[in-house]
Design a protein around this ligand. Structure first.
Ligand code: MTE
Ligand code: MOS
Length: 791
């Protein structure tokens, strides 16, 4: 066992503690960025002037009327930018654009004494536009070949040979929608400038270092002129990984130009219309199976909807391509990836970072093909699991594949899956208009940033003369419990009671050059850095102690008087990983996180309305650093995944009318989030036991994102329940999100499926989402030629 993962007896890690801010969260005492406004005198408020067009050239911008509005102090435009007029790291995101690229794109920002003054000022700004043609759907982008960024390929073996040798070949199209982050706290920044011109920005950001860099380059300053602090976020979910930078830069620019603090906080409507979301994807695929239902080959082209700029679309796509296999061994693989350029918000990171979209492809393939192969989907999935020694399509050997099987078997047993499926069969036979189904799906999710350089972290640990400890680390807190875990790690490493350790907010002047708090890796990375700092201090203290076993306070005091350094900067980098993005091969992940979910649903045949009756989850978090936090992450991630797959329905106006390109679901009234009412009637979550992970801090594993993908079990159960309205062996194509409406249409297709149901079932899309982009593969004729069971 490595030193990093060995856990001492009586450790503070592993204890089931409440989140360190739980009490403040629920009593309203927790401070978020925008709460600081009330503690800051003379604040100005920023309001955007947003484009009503999805694509247009700004031909005239006149701010004079705005300046005449009472309380308006200044209007920020491109002319004011002393540095680079760009908010992104790819230099494709002008902060003040000459050409607007989506409905909601901010042309300029108005600063007012009050938010209302700024809003009225924004209304008074005159902008003339020359509308340009706009691409607003993925289908249109594919037809127009409107792409951006690289087009990576993951390949192994010979997919044509794999398909030629297959006993059964199926093909189809899988489409999935994006998702709005809907963090409770919208984007917020508060910027100040001190007497020496030092810029201080408080920002709700998952990536303070990058926010600092963008603010600096917009202002034309070096990084050391800018400090960014993040107290905490009211949720980030990936939406604050790259999107906060421009807002922070606008606030900072306003503060520099006016000498007054500037606050920018988006309203919910602005947040939904202006900021990026989960990428929707379109995938066209061919899959081969042998006679036993083992996958022999998979070919797929994944196209993501990137929106108007690249943002994180390329790494999101790379992670999608690296997760198409999910937990399944596929000998011959050919995966093409591309990012569509559309006139919409710039789609970005969202919990899972492309992993969910990649995995949905193979789960959809298995869910649709199981009836055609005449194999029970539970059995089909189980049969295709990786086993020891096999590698992913990008060449990484899968460590601990037996853990998927262990989690699977545990869910099958504790969830009483066999018994319940027999009961469900009896129930379905007795009920014509209500059908139930129970599906089981696995998760395998790679942990580490694909981009190797990001896998480093720093920490700063102070031991004060009285023996109390203050820690700082490079990660941000967004509700995921990272700070709770870091307190536990520090207390464990130093061997002091938890009460001796406090944590200070994340700031770029404490720990520099940090990576985004993302990829679920923050506890691994920052935990390694905190532990490293503590160990440096401890090794000095041990020399002072010289075997006497002094109590902590006495030892610290003696060390101080002996002039021994009582603080340390810690550093950690993940060993043993490498990735070549040019050929999409390597060993990008330190390890894989595993999980299995079994979900039972009941569908009403008249309306498509459904209920999730019971969900059983076994999830692998290694030796948990903080079991209550991890349990919360599993439950929360699962529910967020269910929202993406079954409820949350982003609708963009794709008509040619005046609203073209507008997000029509821009509030909680039209965008349905999961709530208590959609929770399963029974939700059982267990953490996989005997799951120590060697080489990771105290034997733990990352937990933030993988549980999202446990929600596939609900989608697959809905598919099977819809299929149960038709004859045995019906394969149904279910839209994503599987809203009640989509489930109704799936059930309707199953009902109308007669002897020719295979042709009907694959791969035509739902009537309201036809797919005009699928001509190349002639899936139906291929289906007819090579299809099997019930064909
Ligand atoms: N949990 C809460 N409560 N709020 C969040 O915003 N973000 C998720 C996940 N869990 C999030 C969350 C995402 S997208 C990631 S990448 C991880 O937390 C990031 O934190 P970690 O690296 O500490 O797991
Ligand atoms: Mo999470 S999508 O990596 O911020």
């Amino acid at each position: 066992m490595s030193d990093l993962s060995r856990r001492p007896d009586d450790a503070a890690v592993g204890r089931a503690l409440a989140h360190e801010s739980a009490a403040q969260h629920v009593t309203g005492h927790a401070l978020y960025t925008d709460d600081l406004v009330h503690r800051t005198p003379h604040v100005l408020h920023a309001h955007p002037v947003c484009s009503p067009h999805p694509h247009a050239r700004v031909t005239r911008l006149d701010t004079s009327r705005a300046l005449a509005v009472e309380g308006v102090v200044r209007v920020l435009t491109a002319d004011d930018v002393p540095g680079t007029n760009d908010a992104g790291v790819k230099h494709d995101e002008p902060l003040f654009p000459e050409i607007v690229m989506f409905v909601g794109h901010a042309v300029c920002w108005v600063l007012g004494e009050t938010l209302e003054a700024a809003r009225l000022g924004a209304e008074a700004v005159e902008v003339d536009y020359e509308p340009l043609p706009a691409i607003v759907s993925l289908t249109e982008a594919i037809e127009a070949e409107s792409f951006q960024g690289g087009q990576p390929v993951v390949a192994r073996g010979d997919v044509e040979q794999g398909l030629a040798g297959a006993a059964h070949v199926f093909s189809g199209v899988t489409e999935m929608a994006g998702q709005e982050h809907f963090y409770l706290e919208t984007h917020a920044s508060l910027a100040l400038v001190d007497e020496a011109g030092q810029v201080f920005v408080q920002s709700s950001t998952q990536h303070p270092t990058e926010t600092q860099e963008i603010v600096a380059h917009v202002l034309g300053l070096d990084s050391h002129h800018v400090t960014v602090q993040c107290l905490r976020m009211g949720g980030g979910f990936g939406g604050k990984e790259m999107q906060p930078h421009g807002f922070a830069a606008v606030a900072a620019l306003g503060a520099v130009l006016t000498g007054r603090p500037v606050r920018l906080r988006l309203s919910r409507t602005h947040d939904m219309t202006m900021t990026g979301k989960r990428h929707g994807f379109h995938a066209q695929w061919r899959a081969g199976f042998d006679d036993d239902g083992r996958l022999t080959a998979l070919e797929a082209t994944l196209t993501s909807d990137g929106g108007w700029s690249l943002d994180l679309s390329e790494p999101v796509l790379a992670r999608a391509l690296c997760h198409v296999d999910n937990a399944y061994w596929i000998p011959h693989v050919l995966l093409h990836g591309r990012v569509a350029h559309t006139h919409k918000t710039s789609q970005t990171a969202f919990r899972g970072f492309g992993g969910p979209q990649g995995m949905l492809v193979v789960e959809d393939v298995l869910g649709r093909c199981a009836p055609l192969l005449g194999i029970d989907p539970v059995e089909l999935r189980r049969r295709n699991f990786y086993v020891e020694g096999q590698a992913t399509p990008y060449g990484q050997v899968v460590r601990h594949p037996e853990r998927v099987a262990a989690a699977w078997d545990q869910v099958m047993t504790t969830g009483e899956v066999e018994r319940r499926r027999r009961e469900i069969a009896a129930f379905n036979a007795a009920h014509e208009h209500t059908k139930r189904a129970l599906a089981v799906t696995p998760v395998k999710f790679g942990i580490s940033f694909n981009f190797t350089a990001f896998n480093q972290a720093g920490a700063l640990v102070h031991v004060y003369k009285d023996g109390s400890v203050l820690i700082n680390h490079g990660g941000t807190e967004m509700g995921q419990g990272l700070h709770t875990k870091m307190l536990q790690v520090a207390a464990t490493s130093l061997g002091v009671p938890l009460g001796k350790v406090r944590l200070a907010p994340t700031r770029t002047d404490k720990v520099p050059n940090t990576s985004a708090t993302a990829a679920s890796s923050s506890a691994d990375l920052n935990g390694g850095a905190v532990k490293n700092a503590c160990e440096q201090i401890l090794s000095r203290l041990r020399q002072v102690d010289a075997g006497r076993g002094l109590p902590w306070e006495d030892l610290v005091r003696e060390a101080y008087f002996s002039r021994v350094q009582l603080w340390a900067a810690g550093f950690y980098r993940t060993e043993g990983i490498h990735w070549d993005s040019t050929v999409m091969r390597g060993h990008p992940f330190k390890y894989f996180a595993y999980g299995v979910a079994a979900a039972e649903v009941e569908v009403d045949g008249f309306t498509g309305a459904y209920r999730t009756r019971r969900v059983d989850i076994v999830h692998d978090v290694g030796d948990s650093l903080s079991p209550l936090v991890d349990l919360g992450q599993v439950e929360g991630g699962f529910v967020q995944g269910v929202g993406w797959l079954t409820l949350e329905d982003l609708r963009w106006d794709e008509s040619s009318g005046p609203g073209r390109g507008r997000l029509t679901t821009q509030a909680a009234s039209t965008y349905k989030l999961p709530s208590i009412g959609e929770l399963p009637d029974e939700l059982n979550v267990a953490l996989l036991e005997h799951a120590h992970e060697d080489g990771v801090v105290y034997g733990s594993k990352a937990v933030g994102e993988p549980p999202v993908m446990l929600a596939f079990a609900v989608r697959e159960a809905l598919r099977e329940a819809a299929a149960a309205f038709g004859p045995d062996g019906t394969s149904v194509d279910l839209a994503s999100p599987a809203t009640p409406e989509a489930v109704f249409w799936a059930a309707e297709r199953a009902r109308s499926a007669g002897s020719d149901h295979v042709v009907e079932g694959l791969p035509g899309a739902v009537p309201d989402r036809p797919d005009p982009t699928a001509p190349a593969l002639h899936p139906r004729s291929e289906q007819a030629d090579r299809g099997t069971a019930g064909g």
